[in-house]
Design a binder for this molecule. Structure first.
Ligand SMILES: *Cc1c(COP(=O)(O)O)cnc(C)c1O
Ligand SMILES: [Zn+2]
Length: 391
């Protein structure tokens, strides 16, 4: 039995094709994002609704036909994925929304959804011969890389802004990663990671700068479709930094449609950014294809304080293609939302994730969503990753 029907890599911008049997980063021709492509005609022979239902593997490799790793023994796992989708009845009642849900990604191995992407990227790039990894991070991606490289028995090197939460720094070091603090933002950490990584031959797993993290994030979309019995929800609210999750889910929906597992309805994709750093929102509102970098980015929520994203055009395509929208919320609103969700529902989520809660209220008030719409908030991380914010 073939465990993966991956066929090649394809540039999302210029269409150039590459082999999926050797290491690749971004498109050699145009520098944009590469996506893995699959033989979906073949995949759909075994990916039938009844087959899927009978499977008892509950990690990101559940729909392995449309995941990139070829050999079973290379499917690294710490039990990531299959996070619960929880109805928020109390909060929904307060906001006037009848079908408000959260997908609680805080229940992943490193307590954020970054586990999914790094699981896939480490596993596949090791399968292709990578030896050591490097990453720039606001914290959570680094922790996930540290976990999966420790589990695989290889080294990782992490570059993070100096203001990264002390607890996350300790977490990365505890799992054996080499941590370098960089003055400035994630983009500054990215420049350092690139330079030092290149000099040492480390493989760079920056957001969307290699083809496989997005496949791990894609599984969020696959799970949503399965959770809701192949009828996608009406609205997905997603805290957007580099955007891997939003574009990963978009890719998942397109692949599922091509295999006949869902129809052509799509949830409205709503991107949320902090008011102190909203390049995607500005580009969305201006009708631009790309986002210009946000100057003097400011937010205490590092995961969504991302001034520039290589996948900006893909994020904008998903928002526009779904008739979604892009919303800014202030750090104050985010903080209030963190505490509100904890108190009303017993769920402590990361600030980045709480931005979706603040957004749900705004969307309800401005009439963008109907009160009966099925709305999924992406609880991208656990509040326990940043203990200091809760005092
Ligand atoms: C990284 C991160 C985000 C942003 O995710 P992207 O896929 O980069 O847009 C949101 N929330 C949390 C908790 C994160 O760690
Ligand atoms: Zn290209």
């Amino acid at each position: 039995m073939n465990s993966s029907y991956i066929t090649h890599l394809e540039c999302t911008y210029c269409g150039e094709k590459y082999s999926c049997d050797e290491l690749h980063t971004v498109c050699i021709k145009c520098g944009k994002v590469l996506y893995p492509r699959y033989d979906l005609e073949k995949a759909k022979e075994t990916l039938t609704k009844s087959n899927i239902q009978s499977r008892n593997r509950f990690d990101i490799w559940r729909l392995h036909e449309i995941m990139p790793v070829k050999k079973d023994e290379n499917r690294l796992t710490l039990g990531e994925g299959w996070t619960p989708t929880i109805k928020l009845s109390n909060l929904g009642a307060q906001f006037g929304l009848e079908n408000l849900y959260i997908k609680d990604e805080g229940q992943n191995p490193t307590a954020t959804f970054k586990s999914r992407g790094l699981c896939a990227a480490v596993a596949k790039n090791l399968e292709l011969g990578a030896k050591e990894f490097v990453i720039p991070t606001a914290g959570n991606a680094g922790a996930a890389l540290a976990a999966y490289t420790a589990h695989a028995g290889v080294n990782s090197h992490i570059f993070a802004p100096a203001d990264t939460d002390a607890f996350i720094q300790a977490e990365m070091k505890a799992m054996g990663a080499e941590l370098t603090l960089v003055e400035g933002l994630i983009t500054d950490a990215g420049a350092q990671a690139k330079k030092v990584g290149k000099a040492n031959g480390w493989f760079d797993v920056s957001t969307l700068k290699e083809p496989y993290r997005v496949e791990g994030k894609k599984t969020m979309g696959l799970e949503l479709a399965e959770t809701f019995k192949w009828e996608l929800p009406d609205v997905i609210v997603y805290p957007t930094g580099g955007g891997t999750g939003i574009v990963g889910m978009w890719k998942a929906f397109n692949e599922l449609e091509e295999m006949g597992l869902i129809g052509n309805d799509r949830p409205k994709m709503v991107a949320v950014q902090p008011s102190g750093c909203q390049p995607i929102i500005r580009a969305f509102e201006n009708g631009d294809k790309h986002a210009t970098p946000w100057e003097c980015a400011e937010s205490i929520f590092g995961g969504i304080r991302v001034p520039a994203a290589i996948g900006d055009y893909l994020i904008l395509q998903a928002i526009r293609g779904s008739k979604g929208t892009a919303i800014a919320v202030s750090d104050e609103e985010i903080k209030d939302a963190m505490f509100l969700l904890a108190k009303k529902e017993g769920i402590m989520i990361a600030g980045e994730a709480a931005a979706t809660v603040a957004t749900a209220l705004k969307l309800s008030e401005n009439g963008f969503i109907d009160k009966s719409d099925k709305i999924i908030l992406f609880g991208t991380g656990s509040g326990l990753t940043t203990p200091s914010l809760w005092n």
